[in-house]
Design a protein. Structure first.
Length: 206
């Protein structure tokens, strides 16, 4: 695969001029060619070292690129995945994936949250940015995706929601009228002073 085609696949949003420069287009001077090579090396290093899983597939869902971030997130090596159909979509989410592919095929890129299946069979929560890849003539040649593990974020959000719900329950309880069941108060609210329950306060009635 040519370097120009590789850049178009992994970064479909790049301009044609940039791709030609990054891939060392014909007619460039020595200094321009060297600068383009350095840019290409830097961008390739970013793709390799990124924690995000960067994957591209053909229109038949055959994987063509698979970076180290994808290896770390999903557990499959590049050698295991390039050239085979994706196996990351859980069966219950296949319909969702097909629908989003159709939307991306006919419209702009999509960013959404979903789950993917790792090599060990476990599911991981991810945020996915999915884009269509097209050749210079505009024909669809595949899709590129960037997936990020959002397990930690979702866990933190759930903990915050639970804490907020607990505070609301406590606040509602404190707003309830205090009713004393002691013989001296006979169930009056608020209790008559100097009732022991009134002195102890809400939540400590006897």
């Amino acid at each position: 695969m040519s370097s120009a085609r590789w850049w178009r696949q992994i970064c479909p949003g790049l301009s044609g001029a940039f791709v030609e420069e990054a891939s060392g287009g014909f007619g460039a001077s020595g200094s321009e060619l060297e600068a383009a090579r350095q840019t290409e090396a830097q961008l390739a290093a970013i793709v390799r070292s990124s924690d995000d899983a960067m994957v591209s597939i053909t229109t038949d869902l055959v994987i063509t690129t698979w970076n180290h971030g994808a290896e770390r997130l999903f557990g499959y090596s590049m050698a295991e995945m390039v050239g085979r159909k994706t196996v990351l979509i859980p069966g219950e989410l296949q319909e969702e994936f097909d629908l989003i592919l159709q939307q991306v095929r006919n419209g702009p890129p999509r960013t959404y949250e979903t789950r993917r299946r790792r090599k060990d069979g476990s599911l991981v929560d991810v945020a996915v940015a999915l884009s269509a890849m097209r050749d210079p003539g505009g024909a669809l040649i595949g899709y590129s995706s960037v997936s990020r593990d959002i397990t930690g974020r979702l866990k933190a959000e759930a903990e915050l929601a639970a804490d907020r719900a607990e505070r609301e329950v406590l606040a509602d309880r404190d707003r309830l009228p205090v009713t004393c069941a002691s013989r001296s108060c006979s169930g009056r609210s608020p209790p008559a002073w100097p009732c022991r329950a009134w002195r102890l306060g809400p939540g400590r009635l006897t």
